[in-house]
Design a protein around this ligand. Structure first.
Ligand code: XIL
Length: 352
């Protein structure tokens, strides 16, 4: 327990500096959290993906969440497979619980996600629908979901991961194959119609720096804007791995999207570590989180920074990337890691 080792002199110094006065982690001072207040002062939202199961069962998790974060993204609960596992029989329970929780704690909600190649129900992917049918289903889905949460979900990741990993064209999916490239504009227009106030985003993975994939994303977005398709921002996921660190050119990339008049958000930050994680790994991980957040804070259009889970207890990494883990800010006991301190420090030092 790192926090038990903090010498009294440090405690006094932290208290005197006016930070760390809140017992954000069960009674111990840390680098000056909670993050939520620091982020507010820095003028950005600080968010996390939320695991619906943990939210319903884990009291420690439920307590930590609104203390540290001002924004939530349902990790899976708003994906099509979760919302409509059987055709015409929607299951809103998980999504409703999160939106209600967020409302009760004055947190923003980032809706995730309306159109994706993955986590779709079998009836949809296996249904052999015609183009016209699929357009109809997509429009109806977006009208139902965005309409249900109108005024409560402020931002939507309308389209998730549209670009092929190679950067050459759109990613293969039932949407791109059956509807064609138009599915993106169709989805964005449907979302705008269902909630004219909500901010609409395209969210992309592995397009954080400058490269063929982010170039393709940039071209896509520029084309949409030229065609007056409603689009307010671009989300950069920023899943990273300790051994590789951050790709070069993140700030330059953010700035070129911002120059199109768009908001830029970091939407799914985490730093996967090859297990077992050493103390040195945890230190280096903190530096990478800090770089990520500094890249956001350096660009005025970057107004929200979301981590993909805030505790190793529920992180997707050990399942998604076997052999890796320890990717988040808090450990399995919800105690802060160096990454938490690094994020707090970045927010506190922010010179916006
Ligand atoms: C992941 C979830 O974290 C996992 O629980 C789930 O099994 C698969 O999806 N990019 C995204 C997210 O946009 O929706 C993904 O979430 C992680 C990668």
């Amino acid at each position: 327990m790192r926090r038990a080792l903090v010498p009294a002199a440090v405690v006094v110094a932290v208290l005197a500096a006016g930070c760390g006065t809140t017992d954000s982690h069960g009674g111990a001072p840390n680098a000056g959290g909670p993050l939520r207040g620091l982020a507010q002062r820095a003028g950005i939202a600080i968010g996390t993906a939320v695991d619906a199961g943990a939210l319903s069962r884990d009291d420690g998790y439920r307590a930590e969440l609104p203390r540290e974060f001002s924004s939530v993204t349902p990790e899976n609960a708003m994906k099509w497979a979760a919302l409509e596992p059987e055709r015409g029989k929607p299951d809103w329970a998980g999504a409703d619980a999160l939106v209600d929780f967020a409302g009760a704690h004055r947190m923003r909600v980032r809706g995730h996600t309306l159109v994706w190649y993955s986590q779709n129900p079998d009836w949809l992917t296996g249904g052999n629908f015609s183009r016209a049918e699929l357009v109809g289903l997509l429009r109806a889905h977006i009208a139902a979901v965005v309409g249900r949460y109108r005024g409560r979900v402020g931002t939507w990741d309308v389209v998730n991961e549209p670009i092929a990993d190679s950067g050459s064209g759109l990613r293969d999916s039932i949407w791109s194959q059956v509807i064609g490239p138009d599915y993106i504009a169709t989805a964005l227009r449907a979302a705008r119609a269902a909630d004219p106030q909500a901010k609409l985003f395209i969210n992309e993975t592995a397009a954080d720096g400058i490269g063929p994939k982010s170039d393709a994303l940039y071209a896509l977005v520029k084309g949409l804007l030229a065609g007056h398709v409603p689009l307010d921002g671009v989300g950069f996921q920023m899943h990273a791995e300790l051994a590789h660190g951050l790709v070069p050119g993140v700030r330059r990339n953010f700035r070129r999207f911002a120059a199109l008049g768009l908001e830029v958000n970091v939407t799914e930050a985490d730093v996967a570590v090859k297990l077992p994680a050493t103390a040195a790994d945890r230190g280096r991980q903190g530096e990478i989180y800090r770089e990520m957040l500094d890249d956001c804070l350096a660009v005025r259009a970057c107004r929200s920074f979301t981590v993909w889970g805030f505790t190793d207890r529920y992180s997707w990494i050990p399942t998604g990337e076997p052999g890796f883990g320890a990717a988040t800010l808090l450990d399995d006991n919800l105690d802060p890691k160096p990454a938490y301190d690094a994020v707090a420090r970045a927010l506190r030092d922010d010179a916006r």
